[in-house]
Write a protein that binds this ligand. Structure first.
Ligand code: AMP
Length: 286
C-alpha cells in the first residue's frame, strides 16, 4: 500500500498504476461502514484509492473539528488489511492553499435539513469532493447511504460540474441493535449509546405508520413524537423527502425518512427508505 501526502505524488502514482480506479473518500476514524465501501470498491475496481482528510470546510463554528477522532496509525493498518492500494492523506495546507478561497456552492439542496442546521456544510463537502475527484479522477466513487443528503449533493455535483465519475451508493452498516455506525458514536457515554437507538426506532415508527396508510407528513410526525418523548434526546428534524431531490415526496413515490437529533452533545443522523408498493403483475388470462 502506498501513502501519498501531496497531489503531485498522488497524480504520479496514479499515472504509473493504470486500471479502473475506485475511490472511497473518508475523514478517517475508520469503522465497518467505511470498510464496507472499501470492500465494494475492491470488488468493482482494479485500483482502490482511499482519502483520509478531516475537511475543515465542512465543519461550522462551534462544531467538533478540533475534537474529531483521529488515529492515523490505526486507519492505515485497517486500510492495509482491506487491501487499499493508495491512501491519500493531505494536510489542510495541501488541500487549501492559504489565500486561495475558491469554493463550490451546493445550492438550494445544501441549504435545507442538514444544511439548515449546519450552514456551509455542503459547500464544504462539495468543494472537497470536487478537488478530490479532480486529483484522483476516479471511474467509480463509493459513498454511504448513511449520509443520504450528502449522496444527493454529490449526485448534483457530478452532473453539475460534469465529472465522469460514476457514483455507487452503499447500504448503511448498523450495530446489531440497529444504531448506524458513525465516527461520532465514540463520543457517546454508555447511557447515551442506549438512548441513541431512538433515532433508528423513530424512523421505523414513521415507516410503519406510512405502510399502515398515513401520508408521509403524518407518518413522520409520529416518528418525531416518539423521538421527542425520549429522555436525553433533542430532535432536530424527522422529515419525509424524495430521495433524489429532497423535496416533499408525492403520493405513491418512494419516501426517504431523514432524522437528526442530539444525544447529549453529540449530533447524529440516520435515514430509512420506504419504497412505494410494487404494482402486482397482472395474472389475468387473455
Ligand atoms: P465520513 O468519514 O464520516 O466522512 O464518511 C465517509 C464515507 O463513509 C461516507 O460516504 C459515509 O456516508 C460513509 N459511511 C459512514 N458511516 C457509514 C455507515 N454506517 N454505513 C455505510 N457507510 C457509511
Amino acid at each position: 500500500m502506498k501513502v501519498c501526502r501531496s497531489e503531485v505524488e498522488l497524480r504520479q502514482v496514479l499515472r504509473d498504476a493504470g486500471g479502473p480506479v475506485g475511490f472511497v473518500p473518508t475523514m478517517g476514524a475508520l469503522h465497518e461502514g467505511h470498510l464496507s465501501l472499501v470492500r465494494r470498491a475492491r470488488e468493482e475496481a482494479d485500483l482502490v484509492v482511499m482519502s483520509i482528510f478531516v475537511n475543515p470546510l465542512q465543519f461550522g463554528v462551534g462544531e467538533d473539528l478540533a475534537a474529531y477522532p483521529r488515529d492515523e496509525r490505526r486507519d492505515l493498518d485497517l486500510a492495509e488489511t482491506e487491501k487499499v492500494d493508495i491512501v491519500f492523506m493531505p494536510s489542510v495546507e495541501e488541500m487549501y492553499p492559504p489565500g486561495n478561497e475558491m469554493r463550490v456552492r451546493a445550492g438550494a439542496l445544501g441549504d435545507i435539513l442538514e444544511g439548515a442546521s449546519r450552514p456551509g456544510h455542503f459547500d464544504g463537502v462539495a468543494t472537497v469532493v470536487a478537488k478530490l475527484f479532480n486529483v484522483v479522477d476516479p471511474d467509480l466513487a463509493f459513498f454511504g447511504q448513511k449520509d443520504a443528503q450528502q449522496v444527493a449533493v454529490i449526485r448534483r455535483l457530478i452532473e453539475g460540474l460534469s465529472f465522469r465519475t460514476r457514483l455507487i451508493v452503499c447500504p448503511t452498516v448498523r450495530e446489531p441493535d440497529g444504531l448506524a455506525l458513525s465516527s461520532r458514536n465514540v463520543y457517546l457515554s454508555p447511557e447515551e449509546r442506549t438512548r441513541a437507538l431512538a433515532l433508528w426506532t423513530s424512523l421505523q415508527a414513521a415507516a410503519e405508520a406510512l405502510r399502515s396508510g398515513d401520508d408521509p407528513t403524518a407518518a413522520a410526525a409520529k416518528g418525531l413524537d416518539f423521538l421527542a418523548a425520549q429522555e436525553g434526546v433533542l430532535p432536530d428534524y424527522l422529515e419525509p423527502v424524495n430521495p433524489a431531490t429532497f423535496e416533499r415526496p408525492q403520493a405513491g413515490e418512494d419516501t426517504l425518512f431523514v432524522v437528526a437529533a442530539k444525544v447529549g452533545t453529540t449530533r447524529l443522523i440516520d435515514n430509512l427508505l420506504v419504497q412505494r408498493p410494487q404494482q402486482p403483475e397482472s395474472t389475468e388470462e387473455i
